[in-house]
Design a protein around this ligand. Structure first.
Ligand code: ATP
Length: 151
């Protein structure tokens, strides 16, 4: 069934607000999707949770996590940006591989199996969409997801 994306996102983000605040981080959201979108709600929920968990995990105190979403060229665009430790160009492709974890100091203190992003990529593929990772100007990482939505 079509999803009202604004309330869908609010429901996902709500439980994160306390956690983010307790870690002295900031959440900024700009959801500009005014019509229902046809996506697999359970999987897209999981996808956003994976990206959000990482954005929180791989950022220091004081970081800002920004969630943007809008419709662009018949794609639902979701962007999760952070001001954290970043991902080197060398490792940008590898992060989507199963069991890959960056050999960065600090990375061993944060738990994880290196599975999240491979699942995220699989969910995006199931929607015939795209996921890419770029640098956040000024430091940190941006994950951009494009999911085709019918007109
Ligand atoms: P989990 O299986 O719990 O998701 P994980 O976070 O290690 O563990 P992935 O989500 O697949 O696994 O991420 C793979 C690696 O990519 C991470 O270990 C980390 O090195 C890097 N990474 C992912 N997201 C970010 C981010 N927002 N900023 C910096 N590095 C990141």
């Amino acid at each position: 069934a079509p999803v009202d994306f604004s309330s869908f996102m609010s429901e996902i983000l709500e439980p994160y607000k306390d956690l983010i605040k307790s870690e002295d981080k900031k959440l900024v959201t700009a959801i500009d999707v005014n019509k229902p979108v046809l996506v697999d709600a359970k999987r897209v929920h999981q996808l956003i949770v994976i990206l959000l968990d990482n954005a929180i995990k791989y950022t220091p105190k004081g970081a800002t996590i920004t969630v943007n979403s809008n419709i662009e060229n018949r794609n639902l665009k979701i962007q999760i940006c952070d001001t954290g430790i970043g991902i080197s160009d060398k490792n940008k492709k590898s992060v989507f591989k199963r069991f890959y974890r960056e050999e960065k100091s600090g990375n061993k203190q944060t738990g994880g199996n290196g599975l999240g992003l491979s699942i995220a990529e699989w969910i995006v593929r199931a929607h015939k969409g795209k996921i890419k990772v770029t640098d956040n100007p000024g430091g940190g990482t941006i994950f951009t997801v494009l999911l085709p939505v019918a007109k």
